[in-house]
Write a protein that binds this ligand. Structure first.
Ligand SMILES: Cc1cc2nc3c(=O)[nH]c(=O)nc-3n(C[C@H](O)[C@H](O)[C@H](O)COP(=O)(O)OP(=O)(O)OC[C@H]3O[C@@H](n4cnc5c(N)ncnc54)[C@H](O)[C@@H]3O)c2cc1C
Length: 388
C-alpha cells in the first residue's frame, strides 16, 4: 500500500455501497482527485449483510424517484460496468394483516399510479391463487410489483469499485479516518490512524451505521441509529417454486426470498440501538415462528446458518443527503433505513452532481437535507422491512 496523496478534491469516508457509488460517479464527472478511505475491507459493513432487495414500492415520491433512477442503473449494469449484478426481477409482494397497513398499501398504490407505475392490489383469494403456499386467512390484501426483485450487493459493489478505479479514483482499504480538521467553518483535511493527513475541501460521510461518529468528529449531531437485524438461510428447499416474489409481512417486518436453491428468511431487528452484530438463538426461534405462520410448508425446511448486520436508521426512515450549513464541505450520505443498497446508484449520481455542479439536478434532494430534523420538517416512510 503506497502513501496517501497529500491533497484531494474529495475524500469519501467509508467503502460500503454508498461510498463506492459516489466515488464512481464523481470520477465519471471528472471531479479531480477522489480518495475513498475504508477502515476495513470494502463491503464489510451493512452492505455485505444486506438482502439485496430492490423495489419501486415506497410511500413518498422522493423514495420512488430514487428507486426509478437506481433501477435504470441496475438494468444496464452489466453493459456499463462489465459485471453481472445478479439482478433477479422476481417481483415484490407486501402483505397487510391490519387496516392501517392496508391503508398504507392503498395510498402507495395510488401514488405509484399517479406516477405512471404498475402496481397491483390483490385480495387474499387472488394472493392464494397466485402463490398457494402463502397463508392468507389473516390478511386484508397485498400489493405486488412485478418488475422489482433483488440483486447481489457484492457484485454491485465490485462493479462500482472497478469502475471508480478505472476512472482514476483511489480506493484505500485498511485506512481508518480518526479526525477531520475544520477551520473557520470549512473542512480542511482528514487525518487517518497512521498519522497521515489528506488536505481536502470536501469530505463525504459514507460511514453507514457509524455515520454519527464521523459527524461527531466535526461536532455535528447526526441522528442515525445503528440497529441490528438478523437473517437466516435454509438448506436447499424444493417444495416451493424456484421463482416467487420477495414477500414481506408488514405486520412483523418478516420477509422471505429465494437464495439459490434455499431460502433467505428475515430474522428480527432489535428495539434498541447498538453496534452488536452477533447472531442469537432466540432470533432463530422468532424467524421459524414467523416463517411457519406465513408459509406453513416451511415446517419441513431447515435453517442452516444466520448472520447479523446493522441498519442505519434515520428518524423519518428517509436518507439524509446533503451538506450541513454550518460546516462547508462536509456532506452526508447516510440514514438509509434499510434501503441504501437499492438506492445507492441514485445517491452516487446525485451526490456527484451536488459536488461537481453545485446542485443535485436529476432529483431535488432538498427534502433529505440533514437539518430537517431540527427544523421539524420530517417526511415519514412507513413502508420499511422493519418495525420500530
Ligand atoms: C440485514 C440487513 C438487510 C438489508 N436488506 C436490504 C435490502 O434488501 N435492500 C436495501 O436496499 N438495503 C438493505 N439493507 C440496508 C443496506 O445494507 C444499507 O442501507 C447499505 O448497505 C448502506 O451502505 P453504506 O455504504 O452506507 O454503509 P456500510 O456498508 O456499512 O459501509 C460503511 C463503511 O464505512 C466504514 N467506516 C466507518 N467508519 C469509518 C472510519 N472512521 N474510517 C474509515 N471507514 C469507516 C465501515 O467499515 C463500512 O465499511 C439491509 C441492511 C441489513 C443490516
Amino acid at each position: 500500500m503506497g502513501p496517501l496523496p497529500s491533497r484531494a478534491e474529495v475524500v469519501i469516508i467509508g467503502g460500503g455501497i454508498i461510498g463506492v457509488s459516489i466515488a464512481y460517479y464523481l470520477a465519471k464527472k471528472g471531479a479531480g482527485k477522489v480518495v475513498l478511505l475504508e477502515r476495513g475491507i470494502m463491503g464489510e459493513g451493512s452492505t455485505g449483510k444486506c438482502a439485496g432487495g430492490i423495489r419501486t414500492q415506497f410511500s413518498t415520491e422522493i423514495n420512488i424517484r430514487f428507486s426509478l433512477l437506481s433501477l435504470k442503473v441496475f438494468e444496464g449494469f452489466q453493459a456499463e460496468f462489465g459485471v453481472d449484478p445478479e439482478f433477479h426481477p422476481v417481483g415484490y409482494l407486501f402483505l397487510a394483516a391490519h387496516e392501517r397497513q392496508w391503508q398504507v398499501l392503498n395510498a402507495n398504490a395510488q401514488l405509484m399510479q399517479t406516477m405512471g407505475l404498475g402496481v397491483e392490489l390483490l385480495d387474499p383469494d387472488e394472493i392464494r391463487r397466485r402463490w398457494p403456499f402463502l397463508r392468507v386467512d389473516d390478511l386484508l390484501g397485498g400489493s405486488y410489483t412485478k418488475g422489482d426483485g433483488y440483486a447481489g450487493p457484492y457484485e454491485v459493489l465490485q462493479g462500482f469499485a472497478k469502475g471508480a478505479r478505472r476512472l482514476g479514483a483511489m480506493l484505500r482499504e485498511g485506512t481508518e479516518v480518526t479526525g477531520i480538521q475544520v477551520k473557520k467553518g470549512r473542512v480542511q483535511a482528514v487525518e487517518v490512524a497512521t498519522g497521515e493527513r489528506v488536505v481536502t475541501p470536501v469530505v463525504i460521510n459514507a460511514a453507514g451505521p457509524y455515520a454519527g461518529q464521523v459527524a461527531a468528529m466535526v461536532g455535528l449531531d447526526l441522528p442515525v441509529r445503528p440497529v441490528r437485524r438478523q437473517l437466516f438461510f435454509t438448506d436447499p428447499f424444493q417444495e416451493l417454486p424456484s421463482c416467487f416474489p420477495l414477500v414481506i409481512d408488514l405486520e412483523h417486518g418478516w420477509y422471505m426470498r429465494r437464495e439459490g436453491e434455499g431460502l433467505l428468511l428475515a430474522g428480527p431487528q432489535d428495539a434498541e440501538s447498538s453496534f452488536n452484530e452477533r447472531v442469537d438463538f432466540e432470533a432463530q426461534e422468532w424467524t421459524a415462528a414467523r416463517s411457519l405462520h406465513r408459509v406453513p410448508i416451511l415446517e419441513r425446511a431447515r435453517i442452516v446458518r444466520g448472520w447479523a448486520g446493522l441498519y442505519d436508521i434515520s428518524p423519518d426512515h428517509h436518507a439524509i443527503v446533503g451538506p450541513f450549513p454550518e460546516i462547508r464541505g462536509f456532506i452526508c450520505a447516510n440514514g438509509f433505513s434499510g434501503h441504501g443498497f437499492q438506492h445507492s446508484p441514485a445517491v452516487g449520481i446525485l451526490v456527484a452532481e451536488l459536488i461537481a455542479e453545485g446542485q443535485a439536478k436529476t432529483i431535488d434532494i432538498y427534502p433529505l437535507r440533514p437539518q430537517r430534523f431540527r427544523e421539524g420538517d420530517l417526511i415519514y416512510e412507513p413502508l420499511t422491512a422493519f418495525r420500530d
